[in-house]
Design a protein around this ligand. Sequence first.
Ligand code: A2P
Length: 278
Amino acid sequence: MQQTSTARIEDAAAESPASFPIPANVYAETVVSVRHYTDRLFSFRVTRPQSFRFRSGEFVMIGLPNAEKPVFRAYSIASPAWDEEIEFFSIKVPDGPLTSHLQKIQPGDTVLLRQKSTGTLVTDALMPAKRLFMISTGTGIAPFASLVRDPDTYEKFEEIILTHTCRDHAELAYGVELFENLAADPLIGELTQGRVTLYSTTTREITPRMGRITRLIENGRFYEDTGLAPLSPATDRVMICGSMHMLKDVKELVEKIGFEEGSLNQPADFVVERAFVG
Ligand code: A2P
């Protein structure tokens, strides 16, 4: 297993007061735990305001109370809509206006959340189908960490295939743990039994499964490895989340097979969302 560090709120000093006034329409929430996976990736959980409602797969704007006008960035919520806390999975950008500070948060610190969530990676934007493919790279797995833990996803789809591609093996740990913890989850463990496949690949470190997901789908290796029938709009829906280039390439790939992009107004075969950084 990877070298990780976990801090819980119990070990933390008392909550540090925000030194700037909290802007309007913003929740000030307390960091419950922080987990560093690599020098580029970390996850954290914050308290959830009782009135905060969202759909699994959506994102929210988050910031820190460290300036009169705090910098807010869009973050996909990684926890499901039923969870009592809110989880995020973040990259650390050394000079990022938000993540350079956010990566230093400790349990007990305050994180700001804008009150309205939104996003396109919601099951309501897709027509029902047999299989749901969630294609992600890097922190693009976050909205799928939410959806894969939501019972509603299993009402709409029989089978879920989550793909996660990262530069190296250590960056895959978040997805692997998510997958391993599904079975033991008291709420959704039974429901997910035998219905979720995780397909993780690396591109810059040699591992048994290497390559960009686009190439592995196109050359058939993905189907050989998983034993799955090829992607088809007749049986499948696709959600895509990653960098701009990845979105473009995967979108082109599925459109070539005949998939059509959906929205809440017009549900169809696939939806796309950028994994945000900064
Ligand atoms: P690669 O190493 O070949 O660039 P990042 O950490 O830069 O966001 O990348 C996350 C993962 O996404 C990496 O494994 C990267 O592969 C992969 N990736 C980057 N661009 C694309 C793309 N256009 N299509 C598919 N995968 C991509």
